[in-house]
Structures are given as C-alpha cells and as structure tokens.
Design a protein around this ligand. Sequence first.
Ligand SMILES: Nc1ncnc2c1ncn2[C@@H]1O[C@H](COP(=O)(O)OP(=O)(O)O)[C@@H](O)[C@H]1O
Ligand SMILES: [Mg+2]
Length: 256
Amino acid sequence: MTPEAVTSTAAIELRGIRHRFGEVAALADVTFTINRHERLGIVGPSGCGKSTLLSAIAGLIQPDEGTVEIDEATTPGERLRRCALMPQRDLLLPWRTAIDNAAIALQNRGMKRSEAREQARPLFERFGLAEFEERTPDELSGGMRQRVAFLRTLMAQKDILLLDEPFAALDSITRSGMQEWLLSALEQEPRTALLVTHDVDEALLLTHRVIVMSARPGRIVRTLETDLARDRPRREIVTSPEFTALKETALESLEL
Ligand SMILES: Nc1ncnc2c1ncn2[C@@H]1O[C@H](COP(=O)(O)OP(=O)(O)O)[C@@H](O)[C@H]1O
Ligand SMILES: [Mg+2]
C-alpha cells in the first residue's frame, strides 16, 4: 500500500501513558496517534513496556496515567471490542483443535461451527498448516502454534490489529513467507495495524512508520517514516541505500 492510502483520520490516540507494576516503572509518558489503515511498528529493548502498551490499548489494563482512544471510544470494554490482539504468548485453548481455535472469533459471533471451520481451512493451507487442523496445541510446534494464533487474530475481522512479536517463534524462511503474506494481505484489505517486534528489518519492511522506544521505563526516542517502495523483491529492498540508512538510524537509536 502506498502511504497515500493511509487516511488522515486517527484510529488510535494515546496521550501521556504512564504505567507502573509496583516498584517497576514500565512506561513513561507515551504519546502517539495511528491513522486509519496506517501500519505502525514499535521496536525497543526487552522489558521496555511494549507488551504493556498493547495491553493498555486493547483495554486489558488501565494505565496509571494518560488516555487511550480508539475511534473515540475510551472505556476498556469498548476498546477491546474494536481490536484483535495477538498476545506474545499464544493463549490457544488447549482443549480445542487448531482449526477450532482459529475459528473461535467467528463462532463467538454466532457463526455455525462447520461454517467457521470452512472459512479457516484455506488459511491453514496457505500457512503450511494443512493436515494439522485437528491437532490440539500441545501436538504442535511453537512456530505452528504461533501461526494458529496469528490466523485466529486475522479471522476476528477487526479493523485494528495489535500484533505482539507475531513471528518471533518462526525460523527465518517461514518468517519471510509470513511477512510477505501479511504485507500483501494488508495491501489488498487495509487495516490499522500495530506491530511490536524485536526485528528492526521486519518493522521497516512491514510498516509505514516505526517508533523506537528507550529501555524501561519505555518512552519514544525516535520516529522513522519508512516510505519505501515495496513493489520489488525483498532482497532489493533490504539492500537499498534508503533501507540501509533507516536501519542504521534505528540501530543507533536503540544504542546497538
Ligand atoms: N503483570 C506484571 N506484573 C509485574 N510486572 C510486570 C507485569 N507485566 C510486565 N511487567 C514488567 O514491566 C516491564 C515491561 O514489561 P513488558 O511490557 O512485557 O515489556 P516488553 O514487552 O517490552 O518486553 C518489565 O520489567 C516487566 O517485567
Ligand atoms: Mg513483550
């Protein structure tokens, strides 16, 4: 998607978010806006509050200070209804098969189980999970569970996706395939997406804008507009001078 396709209407607005867990200051004064159908990347050291930030947006925790608005909704329940969160830990239901886990959001909305499963099935094939539909999560590898959790998040059909290190458990070849799939899926059917990742390349490749966070308590140290031509092979993008320059700035901000 070209940056022009991003609208200028705010989908998510965070103002002055601070949060502590007891003695631990997790987030210090985080403020940003994501426009509708924009893809925003967040990178930052482990423990800097990235997962806490997603929980605060989704309404799973109420931050000590600051406000979160999603489409002008401010209460935690209204926020939760508007987004699909893929948490860092997969949280698949252990007693349901992979396909029933993936189809759960559709069933929760009243779709018949058989129909919900049929909608999930093509994605199982697409993500290399064909023939694993009827396995329970304990019969799947970590990477497979992560793909099922990713599928489940997409199938919730929410306009806002909050993805917490969605591809971290995958080997690099599978990960590249998933990244390409996500990019083309979001170009065909734009959604507002917030992608938390450890991987600077992944953030630069997949999003329009990348926020770099400091070590705990997390605050924004830099914002990078990625503005890359993405309609060319990945190897060309990651070796281009503009990509290399962005990566260098990101790594410098991360003090790496
Ligand atoms: N439920 C919790 N109770 C206590 N401390 C927590 C809790 N969740 C996160 N923390 C602490 O808050 C800090 C930020 O955590 P987190 O948001 O998970 O960071 P990140 O996702 O960037 O690795 C860490 O120091 C973590 O140990
Ligand atoms: Mg985390």
